[in-house]
Design a protein around this ligand. Structure first.
Ligand SMILES: NC(=O)c1ccc[n+]([C@@H]2O[C@H](COP(=O)([O-])OP(=O)(O)OC[C@H]3O[C@@H](n4cnc5c(N)ncnc54)[C@H](OP(=O)(O)O)[C@@H]3O)[C@@H](O)[C@H]2O)c1
Length: 278
């Protein structure tokens, strides 16, 4: 029997952090509005992954999407990033914790595989450690067993990516980082990603860059494109190769964020925005 091709990497990802009781309804709303990429984490402290699963089930039942239309991404989070609501046995080895966390994610999301499995952050701010190597190997095993299609690393530095490469570790398909304009929109990490064909996912594009959103250049670009300042920022992000995330809880903003995909800034405008916070 022919198997269905996997869903493509989406051009916008809807983030489900910090939505607590509204997670299910907002996930369903995001799918209804047209998002096909959903980001979550098995980290109850900031995400309600089970609520994401409820939103997916409602959307499936309403005929809005099928599992095959979706790109589902979740994360493994080390214990220091969690609260007491752990998705694994903290006394188990890291490899076992990864397997337990993945099993729990698949249960929450009622699926037999996710599309992307992301290490939420390396265990140290400085180096790619032996613990990270063990977790990464366990994540590769999850991938090889078909429980995720692709792997990613989040909150990662250029140094850590270079250490992965030097150790001849398999490089991730995705990097997911917070993107500060004042740090050149994470230009060093983005450049490593470009060189190694890693898709760079950027979050906090709006919340970390209020000074850019309020800059007169953005206002003038927005006025001439009949767009909003956030739409200019998302369009700019795409222009420099970032796959953006948004965590909006507002239906109108969902619509506007998705509509930014049709807004193509000319290269000189992209360069001008890039230099705003430089
Ligand atoms: N890997 C990690 O460690 C990590 C960390 C943080 C986040 N993330 C992921 O990234 C996702 C997004 O997080 P985020 O930090 O980028 O966003 P966020 O903080 O969830 O929220 C985006 C902010 O921008 C506003 N906004 C969005 N679209 C807008 C529009 N068109 N016009 C005006 N305001 C707009 C939202 O307000 P309204 O709600 O009013 O629209 C909200 O205040 C998270 O949900 C999570 O999935 C990952």
């Amino acid at each position: 029997m022919p198997t269905q091709p996997p869903s493509p990497i989406p051009d916008f990802i809807y983030g489900t952090a910090w939505k607590e009781d509204r997670t299910g309804a907002l996930t369903e709303l995001a799918l209804r509005m047209g998002f096909r990429g959903i980001d979550t984490a098995n980290q109850r402290r900031h995400y309600f992954e089970e609520g994401v699963g409820h939103g997916l089930a409602t959307a499936y039942n309403a005929g809005i999407v099928t599992r095959n239309d979706l790109f589902l991404q979740t994360k493994f989070t080390y214990q220091p990033g969690q609260d007491h609501r752990l998705p694994y046995d903290p006394a188990a080895s890291l490899s076992v914790q990864v397997a337990q966390s993945m099993a729990s994610s698949l249960d929450h999301l009622a699926t037999d595989h996710v599309d992307s499995y992301v290490l939420h952050g390396p265990s140290s701010n400085h180096d790619w450690t032996d613990a990270d190597a063990e977790v990464w190997e366990a994540m590769r095993k999850e991938r090889d067993a078909g429980r995720t299609r692709l792997l990613g690393v989040s909150n990662v530095t250029l140094r850590q990516l270079q250490q992965m490469a030097a150790a001849r570790a398999e490089l991730p398909a995705f990097v997911q980082n917070r993107c500060y304009a004042r740090l050149g929109w994470d230009c060093a990490v983005r450049s490593f990603c470009r060189e190694h064909k890693i898709v760079y996912q950027g979050f906090s594009l709006l919340t970390a860059n209020q000074e850019v959103l309020q800059h007169p250049l953005i206002a003038s670009l927005a006025a001439s494109a009949n767009a909003t300042a956030p739409q200019i920022v998302f369009s700019f992000a795409r222009g420099i190769g970032i796959l953006p995330l948004t965590g909006t809880s507002n239906a109108e903003h969902m619509k506007q964020d998705l509509a930014s995909r049709d807004l193509k800034l000319p290269p000189e405008a992209v360069q001008a925005v890039e230099s705003v916070a430089g």
